[in-house]
Design a protein around this ligand. Structure first.
Ligand SMILES: [Zn+2]
Ligand SMILES: [Zn+2]
Length: 449
């Protein structure tokens, strides 16, 4: 029994000892050494891939060249690749005997913004987005994820005598508009290619490279969109008594809706309502007919989400009623659910990464941002997303001592240090996949399926 590292494994062993052949323990330190050796060999190619992707990002559902580049990489590794799943998405399958299917997801898309890092591989590319010419940049680090994804695939193929089952590597479009995961599911991701037993993903962020952060349960927020049109009655700005002023109604709503957050929601629970756009009126002396607002609603818990939706609707109706205006048109657009990190999957991955990374593997609080990786858990796949850091430790020390602030994701200055970041991405994800195979294989042996 001492061959088994964890108590879960030990109880599985007790059970299987009488019925099933012994299951070999994962030798994490040796696996880590093999991964590092493989990376020492592969890194120059991953570095070139990363810098090429970084210099030429593509926006949501436009990731044609990016997807083609990844498809070629995966085919060269022996994966069977199907393109155009959910517009520009791709699915790469590698079968290695009987066993569970583990899914690993990367995103493909960049952001409509100008990169200002000054790096020699910075993006200067432009494209058309909503009818306008815009710069494109990988300021969320999805290029780091892609390089880590290819590196993980390569490493796992090299280690194929250490696992049995199927790798399902997917490259998802349009994460930044939280539409790509749904598009791939709608295109038959799980009906055509099978539902994986476990899904894994990583995201980079402003922390020291080498660090890996994880969390059980809620990992990111639910995001819903908000569109409201307040109707009034237009007229001359000098004669407001002949009009119903929708600008005043909208202003009242924007201020009052924050009392849903401060006075109605439990202060210890997370919830945000932000109005990001207001459109109404054309001239100083004209009271317009209507005003439109767009906003975003964020929460972690379904009950908080329901409370915010109800409070927004009530406040909007009341703001209009106070001016004797017609009822507003209120649309709450269901966006994405919170990422739910499955406790069993987290346990399997954490067992391995704690041994491999020691105190560089840490728990972290949920983020207030949203992520459509949640769609795969919502479709019934036990999932885990973890985070990796991207910057030199010294920058954090300098920032604490009054130096330049640390740019976050979506900053024009977001600039991961490629080598240690991608190496950590590959090492952590390869070990996470091996941990997932190990746990799922043991479970299958226990339950006979
Ligand atoms: Zn992003
Ligand atoms: Zn992102």
């Amino acid at each position: 029994m001492n061959r088994f590292a964890t108590s879960v494994a030990a109880s599985a062993a007790l059970f299987s000892a009488t019925l099933l052949p012994a299951y070999a323990e994962m030798d994490v330190p040796n696996l880590k050494k093999s991964i590092e050796a493989s990376l020492a060999n592969d890194y120059p190619k991953l570095d070139a891939l990363y810098k090429e992707l970084h210099a030429h990002p593509e926006l949501a559902f436009q990731e044609v060249k990016t997807a083609a580049r990844l498809a070629a990489e995966m085919r060269a590794l022996g994966f069977e690749v199907t393109e155009n799943i959910g517009k520009t998405g791709l699915v790469a399958i590698y079968k290695n005997g009987d066993g569970p299917t583990i899914m690993v997801r990367t995103e493909l898309d960049g952001l409509p913004m100008e990169e200002k890092t000054g790096l020699d591989y910075a993006s200067r590319d432009k494209t058309t987005w909503n009818g306008r010419e815009v710069f494109v940049a990988h300021s969320c680090g999805h290029d780091i994820h892609m390089a880590s994804w290819v590196g993980t695939a390569k490493t796992l193929v090299g280690l194929k005598d250490k696992w049995r089952g199927t790798l399902m590597f997917i490259a998802q479009p349009a994460e930044e508009i939280v539409a790509g995961a749904r598009a791939m599911l709608a295109a038959g991701l799980f009906t055509r290619f099978g539902t994986p037993d476990i899904a894994l993903a990583l995201h980079d962020g402003p922390a020291p490279h080498g660090m890996v952060f994880y969390r059980t349960g809620v990992g990111s927020s639910a995001a819903d969109g908000l569109e409201i049109t307040f109707h009034g009655r237009g007229g001359h700005g000098s004669a407001p008594h002949t009009t119903v002023d929708p600008i005043g109604i909208a202003a009242r709503f924007i201020v009052e809706v924050q009392s849903v957050i401060s006075r109605e929601k439990d202060p210890s629970e997370f919830g945000v309502v932000s109005i990001g756009a207001i459109r109404g009126g054309t001239a100083a002396n004209i009271i317009p007919d209507s005003v439109q607002l767009s906003g975003t609603i964020r929460s972690y818990k379904p009950e908080v989400r329901a409370k915010l939706h109800a409070g927004i609707e009530r406040t909007a109706k009341a703001a209009a009623a106070m001016s004797d205006a017609p009822p507003p048109d209120i649309q709450i657009l269901e966006g994405t659910k919170p990422v739910m990190n499955d406790p069993d999957v987290v346990a399997a991955v954490a067992d391995v990464l704690k041994v491999a990374l020691g105190d560089k593997f840490k728990t972290s609080p949920p983020v207030t941002g949203s992520e459509d990786f949640s769609a795969f858990a919502a479709a019934g796949v036990p999932s885990m997303m973890f985070n990796i850091g991207v910057y030199d430790q010294e920058r954090f020390v300098a920032a604490r001592n009054g130096g330049p602030p640390i740019p976050s994701n979506h900053s024009p200055l977001f600039a991961p240090v490629p080598k240690p970041t991608i190496e950590t991405g590959v090492t952590a994800m390869t070990l996470a996949v091996l941990g997932a195979f190990d746990q799922k294989t043991r479970r299958m042996k226990e339950t006979g399926r």
